[in-house]
Design a binder for this molecule. Structure first.
Ligand code: HEM
Length: 468
């Protein structure tokens, strides 16, 4: 446990729902699960290593003991599948992608895709990320000082821009705003828990929350198919210089064991997956970082100073030098984990934290609970990025802090996301100060990702420093 008590009085305590004294009844649970699942947790969840109980979703074991989490995600991972609810909520477009597939299909895809995210490839994406961040700064510099605006769409736009530049670096070949609109419509519907999903209705029963997503998904997939075809033709032309972006890497990817490449459907599903899994998650990590920084003058100054020192240097590996920036992002993902829970189905019985887990039980790791757990963190509800500075960071149990999950199904884009968030945050902190308007209440809600309800209005002010 990292000790932050010596500093505790000055540390900001950002907003969070107060844990319930006792579990809700079934109808209230259903209502709150649809509205905001993080409001269903009770005090006991934040205090005990494991809680097993009957719920409207069947028996659920919520585990907070790092050794038990390690068993589920790593040591005995073969006994735990991703659960059906999670898959249904994520929807059609992601179905054949890495996030959803299981068993041999997953193993083959993971082997094939892992080389896309090597440190060398990730470092090569820094320049495109830097360009997207600079475009954001240029856009904000044109805005009136002291202006209030919602930073949620701004962060969603910049993270989508980064994915666009790194996946299809030669553009979409059509109007990007039409593409973005279809994409937004599609992913908006993904975040909603449908009552039919909660009640475990069969897949063929239409979900009203998903009806609008079909057309958007078709349009979005057609665009991606056209891009794949165009790139294939380019790669087939001898001597043509095809960009070394994620699309080319996907088309060239081979399973190191079998030599098999990815099918067109797998390439398309993984492009949708990378955008779906990497867009809003990273945007929310940034939004919460900016929100928390608005509460701490000390950390605003520290990050601005770090950005002044590092950003003028060479781009290659500069994210590695943004040490304090990354500590803030990690602390933001502790307090407001973009992925706030993960669940698995036990294929066979097991023992976790000394308790028997029945075959078929749902096992849940809630990052929201785990990252604020009383047994694992000192002053869990306060913002203190020092926990993640070198020297302290190494003392955090690998299975007590899981913004990107762990084990074989750990987020494949974790290093990409952290580099991206650090570059964008450093650019913003170097040029601006952002504050939340007085009287505005920030409320975290879990709609697939954890986001501030209704967006996050902030007042933008240019930092007094000559901009270069
Ligand atoms: C701050 C940003 C991000 C967060 C917090 C995040 C979080 C996560 C988590 C928690 C998982 C594991 C889910 C589970 O085990 O049930 C996961 C898996 C995954 N993430 Fe991320 N992610 C982020 C960014 C990205 C990016 C940028 C990409 C792609 C470019 C990406 C692609 C994936 C994929 C494909 C998986 C599935 C891996 C597998 O099952 O083998 N993520 N992510």
């Amino acid at each position: 446990m990292t000790d932050v008590s010596s500093h505790a009085t000055a540390l900001p305590r950002p907003p969070a729902p107060v844990p319930l004294a006792a579990p809700l009844g079934p109808i209230s649970t259903m209502r709150v699960l649809r509205k905001n699942p993080i409001e269903t947790w009770t005090r006991a969840h934040f205090e005990l290593p494991i809680i097993i109980g009957p719920t409207i979703l069947g028996t659920i074991a919520v585990i907070n003991e790092p050794a038990a989490i390690r068993r589920v995600l790593l040591d005995n991972a073969a006994n735990y599948n991703k659960d059906a609810l999670q898959k249904r909520v994520l929807g059609e477009g992601l179905r054949e992608g890495l996030l959803i597939v299981e068993g041999d299909e997953w193993r083959a895809q993971r082997r094939t895709l892992a080389p896309l995210f090597t440190p060398k490839n990730i470092a090569s994406f820094a320049a495109a990320t830097d360009e997207a961040a600079k475009e954001l700064i240029a856009r904000w510099l044109r805005l009136r000082q002291g202006r209030m605006f919602d930073i949620q769409p701004e962060m969603a736009r910049v993270t989508l821009d980064v994915l666009g530049r790194t996946i299809f670096s030669d553009g979409l070949g059509r109007d990007p705003s039409e593409f973005t609109a279809a994409l937004t419509r599609y992913f908006l519907t993904l975040g909603r828990l449908d009552p039919f999903d909660l009640l475990d209705f069969p897949d063929w029963v239409p979900r009203w929350t998903k009806l609008t997503s079909g057309a958007a998904l078709n349009f979005f997939e057609d665009v991606v198919d056209a891009i794949i075809e165009r790139r294939k033709r380019l790669l087939a032309q001898k001597g043509a210089a095809a960009p070394r972006d994620i699309l080319t890497l996907l088309l060239e990817a081979e399973d190191p064991q079998t030599g098999a490449g990815l099918s067109d459907a797998e390439i398309r599903a993984n492009i949708v997956t990378f955008i779906g899994a990497g867009h809003e998650t990273t945007a929310n990590a940034l939004i919460w970082s900016l929100f928390l920084l608005s509460m701490s003058e000390e950390w605003r100054q520290r990050l601005a100073a770090e950005a002044d020192a590092v950003l003028p240097g060479p781009i290659e590996h500069y994210a590695e030098r943004l040490v304090e920036t990354k500590a803030v992002i990690e602390e933001a993902m502790r307090l407001y984990p973009p992925v706030a829970s993960m669940s698995r189905h036990a294929l066979d019985c097991d023992t976790l934290a000394g308790r028997r887990i029945r075959k078929g039980a749902l096992v849940m790791v809630s990052q929201w609970v785990l990252h604020r757990h009383k047994l694992l963190w000192d002053q869990p509800d306060v913002f203190d990025p020092r926990r993640f500075l070198p020297g302290a960071r190494e003392k955090i149990d690998r299975f007590a802090y899981l913004p990107f999950g762990a084990g074989p199904r750990v987020c494949i884009g974790a290093a990409f996301a952290l580099q991206e968030a650090a570059i964008i945050l450093a650019h913003v902190m170097r040029s601006f100060t952002l504050e939340v308007p007085k009287g505005h209440e920030v409320k975290p809600v879990q709609h697939i990702t954890l986001r501030p309800e209704g967006g996050l209005p902030m007042i933008l002010r240019r930092r007094t420093r000559s901009h270069n």
